[in-house]
Design a protein around this ligand. Structure first.
Ligand SMILES: C[S@@+](CC[C@H](N)C(=O)[O-])C[C@H]1O[C@@H](n2cnc3c(N)ncnc32)[C@H](O)[C@@H]1O
Length: 207
């Protein structure tokens, strides 16, 4: 030392903590996930604009949905159920591939009224009476009791998925840790994520 005082400065590396995209869901926790993305798709006429999903909630581009960290939600082995409308089917399949989820099979929700009649909606090429749930896997999930490939469920508010779907999953895949991704209703046994989570709590049917 030549008489000058050496000044030490402690430099701490700056830690940036990025919140988990799917908070409050817990990373690497789930063995079954139902994912109902806010698909953005073209409507086929101006008069159909009232029915457009964008009138009801925020939408996401397919590339942003494909970039979601779905694998970070799952345990090593998990079952992933993805809702897909008919026009978005190729997009849903490409998102599953991007997430690292292997497509295995699918189920059809046949939309019915409270009286059990088939409910026919609008459509350009085909009038909508159903929606699909794509079944995919991560790793090697434990075998469940196979789902029926078609189930009936009462159609309610725009894009609201039927209670019958959740009852079916609870029955066929008990003892799974479940996440409802892009949820709008709190359900026993399911952890929920979504910017409208809880919106339909206590609402039985308001369509
Ligand atoms: C297809 S709807 C889900 C419908 C729901 N599963 C049901 O049965 O009622 C998609 C949901 O994702 C929500 N959403 C859109 N963008 C989001 C985002 N970036 N983060 C979280 N939720 C989002 C929408 O507000 C909407 O509630």
């Amino acid at each position: 030392m030549n008489g000058s005082r050496r000044i030490w400065r402690i430099v701490r590396p700056r830690t940036v903590i990025t919140p988990f995209y799917f908070a409050p869901l817990v990373p690497r926790s789930y063995t079954l996930m139902a994912i109902d993305p806010p698909w953005r798709y073209r409507t086929w006429s101006e008069t159909n604009q009232d029915k457009a999903a964008s009138k009801h909630y925020n939408l996401m581009l397919t590339e942003d949905i494909a970039a979601l960290p779905v694998r970070r939600l799952c345990q090593d082995d998990a079952l992933v159920l993805v809702w897909a409308t008919a026009p978005m089917l190729p997009h849903a399949l490409s998102c599953m591939a991007a997430w690292g989820v292997a497509y295995q099979s699918n189920m059809v929700w046949r939309k019915v009224t409270v009286n059990g009649k088939v409910r026919m909606g609008l459509g350009f090429w085909a009038r909508t009476m159903h929606e699909q749930v794509l079944i995919g896997t991560v790793g090697k999930p434990r075998k469940i009791k196979a789902f029926p490939s078609i189930f009936d469920g009462v159609a309610r508010e725009h894009s609201r998925k039927p209670d019958e779907f959740y009852a079916l999953v609870d029955k066929h895949a008990p003892n799974t840790r479940k996440a409802d991704v892009f949820s709008r209703e709190t359900r026993a046994g399911w952890d929920a994520f979504g910017n409208e989570a809880g919106k339909y709590d206590g609402v039985i049917h308001a369509a």
